[in-house]
Design a binder for this molecule. Structure first.
Ligand code: GLU
Length: 438
């Protein structure tokens, strides 16, 4: 049996073995961790990693769970759970966002940290992988409550983070303001300003030009590289209209593509001739969500995922494409703006259909790439022009995309399998070069 056939066979077995028997018995975070571990198992087999190293990479290096007491405006005290997981630091400081979401748990944060490790290695930036999370709905808190949650959470994870140790960034439910509070809390404790402790900061605190739209720009670049031809007129549907999805829709529309549908957690809108994305973004900003936009007809999230479009961009949360709905997917190309939107079972269904999937660790790497550029600028106390940032982002995205595409073609494996083989392979190589202490 050729190694790649064997690899595909193992991946199939691993994914099915690792899937929960009943979806309801596992949290979505546990399912994400199962998926991440199944992908790692496939890459480990492909690379011929020894079992010990595989086990080490399947296990996070450090995990911290903290209780975050928060004083509500009415004087009551509530306690929410917070997490910071450093999956791997063999190639450099741990790097990864902080998520505020009511459903986040240790398993989800661990999966997301593992994906950060492979993502940073794949795009060739000198970081390990980390993620943080607080199980809270930011929409249910006042700004002052949100500030108190953020500062107390950061205080609890203070021993782990630092510009040379672990550098947080925005993720679902957090933004520039959250990063400013983190930078301030860390700096007050240090006694001096430490801009390099966090990325995705406001410009006034050492943020980088181009960081706010970086993930979306990367999604646009990945989409265009995958289409390989003039994208003008190609139709696209975007699931998730937050930090990543809204600007990805804008950039793709600006590049001449026809954005026919978008949705957020409350529902979506559809217009076959193309939505006015600029007007839709203004509507969503003013009204808090997409539904009701007068320039299109209502549609549900499920209907959006099944639209007959050239490109589908899941840009919200994990596990939205699963065994239940993926048979109905008609898009020819899926570009993953979110982390982990496709379950391993859905991946197999898409492979059978011949659908191309540009995987998360490649497609959404633009965010952490510009985070890296921001951190480099902070460490040098220097700032670059928007054009310099754009060029470096495009260069790193194109190099990574080319490597994944070439390996996928050479070994007849999917883009996801190739991306994981490269990311995991680089981390394994770093472990090999460093050796095991003691
Ligand atoms: N949260 C983003 C991601 O999942 C960005 C992480 C970062 O910039 O460190 O890639």
């Amino acid at each position: 049996m050729r190694v790649d056939d064997e690899y595909k066979g193992v991946l199939n077995t691993m994914t099915i073995m690792d899937l929960p028997t009943t979806a309801s018995v596992k949290s979505s975070g546990e399912q994400a961790l199962d998926a991440a571990r199944a992908q790692l198992a496939g890459a480990a087999r492909f690379l011929g990693l020894d079992d010990g190293l595989h086990r080490m990479l399947a296990t996070p290096r450090r995990s911290l769970t903290v209780a975050v007491p928060v004083r509500r405006e009415d004087g009551r005290m509530e306690v929410v759970q917070g997490y910071r997981v450093q999956h791997n630091v063999s190639r450099g400081p741990a790097k990864g966002g902080i998520r505020f979401h009511p459903a986040t748990d240790l398993a989800e944060v661990t999966a997301l940290a593992m994906w950060m490790t492979w993502k940073c290695a794949l795009v060739g930036i000198p970081y390990g992988g980390a993620k943080g999370g607080v199980a809270v709905d930011p929409g249910s808190l006042t700004t002052r409550e949100l500030e108190r949650v953020t500062r107390r959470y950061v205080n609890e994870i203070l021993p782990l983070i630092g510009p040379e140790k672990d550098i947080p960034a925005p993720d679902v439910g957090t933004d520039e303001q959250t990063m400013a509070w983190i930078m301030d809390t860390y700096s007050v404790n240090a006694g001096y300003s430490v801009p390099g402790v966090v990325t995705g900061k406001p410009m006034t605190l050492g943020g980088s030009l181009g960081r706010a739209g970086a993930t979306s720009r990367g999604v646009q670049l990945a989409t265009q590289m995958a289409l390989g031809s003039d994208p003008a007129g190609k139709t696209v549907a975007v699931q998730g209209f937050g930090k990543v999805g809204a600007l990805a829709a804008q950039y793709l529309a600006d590049a001449g593509m026809t954005v026919v549908a978008v949705s957020d957690a409350s529902g979506g809108v559809h217009r076959a001739a193309g939505l006015d994305v600029t007007a839709l973004r203004a509507w969503a900003r003013e009204n808090g969500s997409v539904p009701g936009f007068p320039g299109g007809d209502p549609l549900t999230n499920d209907e959006l995922l099944a639209l007959d479009v050239d490109v589908l961009i899941p840009a919200a949360l994990e596990g939205v494409l699963h065994a239940g709905n993926t048979p109905g997917v008609k898009a020819r190309l899926i570009v993953e703006g979110a982390n982990g939107p496709t379950t391993p079972e859905a991946d197999l269904i898409l492979a059978d259909k011949g659908t191309t999937v540009v995987p998360d660790i490649l497609a959404n790497a633009g965010g952490v790439i510009v985070s890296y550029l921001e951190w480099v600028q902070n460490m040098q106390a220097y700032s670059w022009s928007a054009a310099e940032v754009e060029v470096r982002l495009a260069d790193l995205m194109e190099t990574a995309y080319g490597a994944v595409r070439d390996l996928s073609a050479e070994r007849d494996i999917s883009l996801r399998q190739a991306a994981h083989a490269i990311g995991v392979g680089r981390v394994a190589e770093a472990h090999g070069a460093r050796g095991l202490y003691p």
